[in-house]
Design a protein around this ligand. Structure first.
Ligand code: PMM
Length: 280
């Protein structure tokens, strides 16, 4: 999944694709680089971000979704608002990606249930302006899984088809970048893959990577400087069974996904597995 942020202020790509034509061109470039889906968002979720209005989000997102979809691109819409999801699906989006997992807008469940499109339910504890104050965990892996499963139950109760639900640990969202929160979730992805739902991982250019890769004076690595680290996380996540990775630079991550798939296939066919004859 390649990212197109139609925003002036996203932390990871700093407004590069705010212009509509540039956003559309970038989406097409991401597909050429190997993206299976292009995620179009009009609201920045960087730590501390304030919300945009509904009208502004619609104005940013819908024309880009519609142009890319008309070009045959599989488009996902990154939104917490039911009205934006509905308009984007009407404009051709094939997936709804909701960083709030349906918590920000009670109407979202009804919209995705009616649209019958895959729905990414991310772990979320509140809007970006104060999300770090909510990053308090006794056992981050268990709590994230349990909170996501509670969301799944609520969504099923509102008529969402379980086979349409994709789970996402929400790396960087209400996770302390200076703690092991994000790393624990990556290390124990099986807590989510074991639920039977496909899993999406969004590590690309996140603050916790820059923190890990800080210089000797403690200055975090700038966002674009963590692209290689993103590829490393992609390889690990894909090898652990992630269904999708959401990334800014598609080509090297697409390679990493293919490598992980080859390793998984070889593991399945290797000695002692059910997938093939023991060798040697
Ligand atoms: N991260 C961002 C935005 N949308 N969606 C999902 N499903 N998972 C994520 O981790 C995620 C997301 C923030 O990153 P950006 O500002 O670089 O787009």
């Amino acid at each position: 999944m390649g990212v197109v942020n139609v925003t002036p202020d996203s932390f990871s790509d700093g407004g590069s694709w705010f212009d509509r034509d540039k956003a559309i061109g970038h989406g097409l470039d991401l597909v050429a680089a190997g993206a299976d889906v292009v995620d179009v968002g009009g609201e920045s979720t960087r730590p501390g971000a304030q919300r945009v209005t509904l009208e502004e989000e619609l104005r940013r997102v819908v024309p880009v979704v519609s142009a890319l979809a008309a070009d045959g691109v599989p488009v996902s819409v990154d939104t917490m608002r039911a009205e934006v999801a509905e308009a984007a699906v009407g404009a051709g989006a094939r997936l709804v990606n909701d960083v709030s997992g349906g918590l920000a807008d009670p109407a979202m469940a009804r919209v995705v249930a009616a649209a019958r499109v895959p729905y990414v339910v991310m772990h979320w504890r509140g809007h970006s302006h104060d999300m770090y104050s909510r990053a308090v965990y006794a056992d981050v892996v268990r709590e994230v899984r349990d909170e996501l499963l509670r969301r799944v139950d609520a969504l099923l109760g509102e008529g969402v088809d379980p086979s349409m639900i994709v789970l996402d640990p929400g790396l960087g969202f209400a996770k302390n970048p200076a703690s092991l929160d994000n790393w624990a979730l990556i290390a124990h992805l099986e807590a989510l893959t074991g639920t039977g739902h496909p899993v999406l991982v969004g590590a690309s250019r996140k603050r916790f990577l820059g923190k890990l890769l800080a210089g000797s004076d403690g200055t975090p690595r700038p966002f674009a400087g963590s692209d290689d680290a993103t590829v490393a996380v992609t390889a690990l996540a894909a090898a652990a069974g992630a269904w999708c990775v959401r990334v800014h630079r598609v080509a090297p991550n697409a390679d990493a996904v293919r490598i992980a798939a080859a390793v998984r296939a070889a593991r399945g066919a290797g000695p002692g597995s059910d997938g093939g004859e023991p060798r040697g």
